[in-house]
Design a protein around this ligand. Sequence first.
Ligand code: IVH
Length: 670
Amino acid sequence: MSKEDIRKEIEELSARINHLNHQYYQKDISEVSDYEFDMLLEKLLKLEAEHPDLKLAHSPTTRVGGTVTKNFPTVKHKHPMLSLGNTYSKEELAEFHKRVQKGLDGAPFQYFCELKFDGVALSVTYTNGVLSQAVTRGDGSKGDDITNNAKTIKTLPLKLQGSAFPQEFEARGEVFLSKTAFTQLNKKRSDAGEETYANARNTASGTLKMQDSSEVASRKLDMFLYSMTTDQSALNTHSASIDLLIELGFNVSPTFKKCSSLEEVFAYIDEWEEKRNTLPLETDGIVIKVDSFAQQEQLGFTAKSPRWAIAYKYKAESASTSLNDITYQVGRTGAITPVAELEPVFLAGTTVKRASLHNANEIARLDIRVGDTVFVEKGGEIIPKVTAINLEKRSDTSTPVKFITQCPECGSELVRHEGEAVHYCPNYGGCPPQIKGRVEHFIFRNAMDIDSLGGRTIDQLFQQDLLKTPADLYYLTYDDVFQLEGFKELSTKNLLQGIENSKQQPFENVLFALGIRFVGRTVAEKLANHFGNIDKLASAGFEELIEVPEIGERIAESLVQYFGEPQNQEEIGRLREAGLNFQIDEDKGTLESEVLEGKSFVISGVFTEFSRDELKEKIKRNGGKVVSSISAKLDYLLAGENMGPAKLAKAEKLGINMISEQDFLSMLNQ
Ligand code: IVH
């Protein structure tokens, strides 16, 4: 192949992988199997390794942040990670039961029933009571060694309780993002103007394979264990091994039950059909296992799955209803989201009236038409989705949907940037939901925290032309507020006081409140600490911005664009005039002590007692200084779990004093 051919191949592979990643994470669509995906990635990695000069700056092999990368060692499983046979009815389950009876020659036996958790299978090995390796399922016979990422799972013990453990054993379970953690993650992303993830399972899977363990830690993965294998124990039953896992401190879902008959298994199935909706994660069925290890061995395996266990899948929670209309929502950033307005239908515990249709591509893919009978499903997602159309019921007169060309709120001509699936309303300064959305963002708790102001009041102020940008809040008079419907003397004073108090918010909150695309709360804090004030930040160019640790090209571009707009400069000017903080408070709060006076620290890794932010705060409050990079001048490296190997090597080379969280706390107590 000529160099030019290779360049082309690298470009094509990168584009294809980027596309597949986007489909998988943002749309919940798997166009290829995991195996095919890994093959594509492997091919790209190989080409890039052979021709480093041709590697693209945005190569999907280097990206982190919810995207699968593939720089983990491959490990062969000691025992293959098999899958389970599925059944979809009690009749099929009764047949499984008969096969088990026959296989055991009519001997008595017991079942152990568990829920089937919809997460990502992980195998963890403990040696002398310490977590020594964590490997993904992969293709069943070999997977990725993601030990450092697994160590960030708070409920997975790094060291076991007691001493009743075999010297070496392997436990398996499902890693998941709880429904709450998934909602929080998406909220954080949408606050930062980033696309939200479509499905908790896929996000958990992608998170496990991220290269940056501190990002993994921030996502709060959890894990339920459901099996234990060892050559060195006297355990005779699966139930005894589950008891031992609990005793050793593992997180085992307390939903299991030992059953002595098929009837009891049926009762378990019925019991959990509805109740499973109250669990912290999605479940799609139950798993029925023969309890005795000797009997498991007697029954053996087929090529793919054990003969001693089976899954019973609940019917997908799907309902059929009609599509009354398609409406369009305009977000804070101007992004247009088409929404299916459905005839209300009861599904998995709630009434569903609307479902997101994501964008024009999705509408075209489904060929959905107003008046269609559609199927909606609730899977691992919070928002229900339209999965298919019942074409038999389609009316002859229906016509394909024409995506709107003008903003439903302000009438502006919509734009769609090349290569993007989403339409935008470009009327930044005049489109009502964009204006109101920016004010709503501005007053968030971790932004300006004005809780005396709500959506209804924002609406009233906007209607009366009193609120066009967040800065207008600081120029409201008593009379402006008092004359609003529902406002009396006390409520007026309250609102104005809330606005006044917000001027005390620190610079990082103000910076986050501005609503710059991709600048979430954490990024705002990093920028604030790095640049110290808004003028330095606003005048920093792209190159200078990407020098800042953890600031990528996307954020840098967005910042340059934001500060380049005269209307944003004007807004900042008015906010500054109103008295908001546009520089960091050098001596935040009073010092607790001066024990760390003149000492500099780099914080790296994941900690058990305090978060990184809390540690930073403690250093500052005791007279110390936190810096972002390791140099010969550095006094201490405060090292947690999973510190990056490069940092570690550099610190060792420079002979930096490395201290643990405990060492640090004792320093404070001197
Ligand atoms: S036991 C031989 N128990 O389902 C396989 N698996 O189709 C033994 N799963 O890869 C697995 N919840 O990821 C077992 N309570 C549970 C489970 C469970 C979910 C997953 C697991 C496995 C897949 C099998």
